[in-house]
Design a protein around this ligand. Structure first.
Ligand code: SAM
Length: 471
């Protein structure tokens, strides 16, 4: 039976409820009165239920679709302004004991080069990332209790935080590793991670079991209940995601929103972020083998609908997507993007992009400076801010900040100060020129006069060599 408050996977992601939702959405997709009512509700910026959002997803009415896009853009502007937070993935190890059919790191892949970074190699990778200007990482690893135990992950986190190369520093480490125990989540919390990210891959239990035929990841319930264990372990920023292309997107969309509703119902705080990865070509993986790929257009609609259904949740897009697609979805609601990513173990210390241990093909292959330059041209502020969790603004405290509209006096100046650091330490001449002009213009958009004065003062201090200011 469907129960968002239950701690059992099959009750909070209830198959029958999803099927009923899809039926309800199909029956009502031309019900213009209902569609308009849902749009009106979305305009209150308090989100939508999985049923309401699913009806909008099913609608093919052009007027309604345009309203969805306009509203998503507006909500994005109101809640996130024009800031885009930057990060990079860091692959620690591709040893993996699972049999995921869509991932080249699966156990049976005998020709992919298996690598696991030593702490010395982690250090080199981090220095390379710091030299680009990155301040925020998402660490990635395959699941392998012998090669990648939690102690190894914790050691890597400690190494990453300890490295201060020139003016560089990694100030936030998010973690994307396999579902684990409450005890291990506590250890991650103690190691001061930012967000714990775990993609559900698919919410469809039967497909999930087929797609994960062997290894610990086969256990659907254990995987689906991971965020509850993470919360129990004290991690209150968690990141959801599905791998679009594995199952029917309408099913995944309803499941994703039900998962968000469940976290809110049980823990009083929804997901900190939602990622929207799409299946990509990789070593021995051909995405065409899976029948559920979605067009760029549908992908855009899904992003817009996530934006209006969960306005307080950040949305992440990786370099799996091309520059063109990224441009489109940033406008519709994405608030965080990766830049200059390498998805191979040890990839940042190589001159050329290595392919032998890559997890998937990267579509957007530009350098971080190029991505920053491009964002500025599009009118966005590339932000390297990591202040919230360092100030203890996680979970519901972060949400309160967002809900009280204090973002303008907090995130906005923080984005300008961290961009300034990037311009001083890592940017090309052209990016620097454009960035300085942007900062001058955007300073005027800080609502509180006192905050504005402090921000100006800090920018001057950064110019003179000081670093790491935050509100
Ligand atoms: N191994 C960890 C786990 O079990 O959750 C997570 C790390 S894995 C490096 C990160 C994510 O990459 C996976 O959760 C999956 O969604 C995604 N991924 C795997 N194969 C992919 C492919 N061929 N194309 C795009 N994304 C892929």
């Amino acid at each position: 039976m469907y129960n968002p408050k239950s701690l059992k996977a099959e009750e909070f992601i209830n198959h029958e409820e999803i099927l009923d939702t899809l039926k309800y959405a199909e029956e009502n997709k031309d019900n213009i009165v209902l569609l308009k009512e849902i749009i009106e509700k979305a305009k209150l910026r308090k989100g939508l239920s999985h049923r309401e959002a699913s009806v909008l997803l099913a609608s093919e009415n052009e007027e309604i679709i345009n309203e969805i896009y306009t509203l998503a853009e507006q909500i994005k502007k109101d809640f996130y302004g024009n800031r885009i937070v930057m990060f990079a993935p860091l692959y620690l190890s591709n040893y993996c004991v699972n049999g995921c059919l869509y991932c080249p790191y699966h156990l049976k892949n005998k020709h992919i080069a298996r690598k696991k970074l030593t702490q010395e190699e982690v250090k080199k990778e981090v220095i390379a990332l710091q030299d680009m200007g990155h301040k925020r990482l998402a660490i990635e690893a395959g699941e392998d209790p012998v090669n990648n135990p939690i102690e190894y992950i914790i050691d890597c986190i400690k190494t990453i935080y300890s490295i201060k190369h020139k003016n560089g520093a990694i100030r936030r480490v998010n973690v994307n590793i396999a579902a684990t125990t409450v005890e291990n989540y506590k250890k991650l919390k103690e190691a001061e991670i930012g967000t714990y990210i775990l993609f559900q891959e698919t919410y469809h239990k039967e497909s999930y079991e087929k797609l994960h035929p062997t290894g610990p990841k086969h256990d659907y319930n254990y995987h689906t209940e991971a965020m509850d264990r993470a919360m129990e372990g004290g991690i209150d920023d968690v990141g959801l995601g599905v791998l679009f292309g594995l199952e029917l997107y309408r099913y995944e969309f309803a499941g994703l929103l039900m998962h968000a509703e469940h976290l809110e119902a049980v823990h009083g705080v929804g997901p900190h972020t939602i990622s929207v990865p799409r299946l990509k070509r990789a070593d021995d993986i051909d995405p065409d083998q899976f029948d559920n790929g979605i067009s760029d257009e549908m992908f855009g609609k899904i992003c817009a609908l996530i934006r209006i259904a969960v306005p307080y949740t950040g949305m992440i897009i990786s370099t799996r997507e091309s520059q063109e697609v990224r441009e489109k979805v940033i406008k519709l609601g994405v608030s965080q993007i990766s830049g200059a990513s390498r998805t191979s173990v040890g990839g940042y210390t190589e001159e050329e992009r290595p392919h032998d241990s890559e997890q998937f093909d990267v579509s957007d292959q530009r350098s971080l400076d190029e991505v920053v330059n491009w964002l500025i041209d599009l009118g966005y502020i590339p932000s390297f801010c990591t202040a919230c969790y360092r100030e203890g603004r996680t979970g519901d405290r972060f949400m309160t900040l967002l809900k009280n509209g204090q973002i303008g006096n907090c995130c906005h100046p923080n984005s300008l100060m961290t961009l300034k650091e990037f311009l001083m330490d890592y940017a090309s001449e052209d990016t620097k020129k454009k960035g300085e002009a942007l900062i001058l213009k955007e300073l005027e958009n800080i609502p509180n006069e006192k905050v504005k004065e402090i921000a100006k003062d800090n920018l001057e201090k950064i110019e003179n060599g000081s670093r790491d200011f935050r509100f």
